[in-house]
Design a protein around this ligand. Structure first.
Ligand SMILES: [Zn+2]
Ligand SMILES: [Zn+2]
Length: 204
């Protein structure tokens, strides 16, 4: 069985949600448009890639080798990074993100096999959600506005290690569909986002 090395654990996570010094939103919420938000989030992927690339020569060759290796040979972060380094041979977009490109859809779907097949402890619920958020915000998978808004709002909390319960996810999605994104953006954590409807000034 491949080793399934964990990902995104070389650097310490931020201890608390802080405003981004560049865009002033909670750090990570500007991903990937705000360069500072993008840099701080990508740092966890980059650290794993740098550790792998230190022993290799050409980065593009390494990316091709990582993508060709059996699932679980490398950390999930390295698969994601390889998909950025090695563009889609069909549509030339970042691999996995090409709109309506079957090759991209296939590459995006294939990467999630890692999360499903990994042994216990190789990837946490928080790390899986962080991976989903970053992939979605880079343009992979379904592109519904509410899905993207959900990940954008969640990323600062995922970055500090939090994870929403399925019940909280359901409630937050209901609030998003109800057009309450601005109120959700003010909430300090997942619990507060989910509890939005219970605020007295909404019910009174
Ligand atoms: Zn920012
Ligand atoms: Zn493509």
């Amino acid at each position: 069985m491949p080793p399934y090395p964990p990902g995104a654990r070389l650097l310490a996570r931020p201890e608390a949600v802080e405003p981004c010094p560049a865009c002033a939103d909670p750090l990570g919420r500007g991903y990937p448009t705000c360069p500072t938000c993008a840099e701080r989030v990508d740092a966890f992927w980059k650290a794993d890639w740098a550790a792998l690339a230190a022993a290799a020569g050409d980065e593009r060759e390494l990316a091709a080798a990582v993508l060709a290796a059996p699932l679980g040979t490398h950390a999930w972060t390295c698969t994601d990074w390889a998909m950025r380094v090695f563009p889609c041979p069909v549509c030339r977009s970042e691999l996995g993100t090409g709109p309506a490109c079957p090759h991209c859809v296939k590459a995006d779907q294939a990467r999630w096999g890692w999360d499903h097949a990994a042994p216990a402890g190789a990837i946490t619920a928080n790390e899986h959600a962080l991976r989903l958020a970053v992939a979605a915000l880079r343009g992979a998978g379904e592109r519904r506005d509410t899905v993207l808004a959900f990940w954008r709002l969640s990323l600062p909390f995922l970055l500090v290690g939090a994870v929403a319960t399925p019940v909280q996810v359901g409630r937050i999605r209901v609030h998003l569909i109800a057009g309450r994104a601005d109120e959700l953006a003010e909430a300090p954590d997942f619990a507060a986002m989910a509890a939005l409807a219970d605020l007295p000034w909404r019910t009174g």
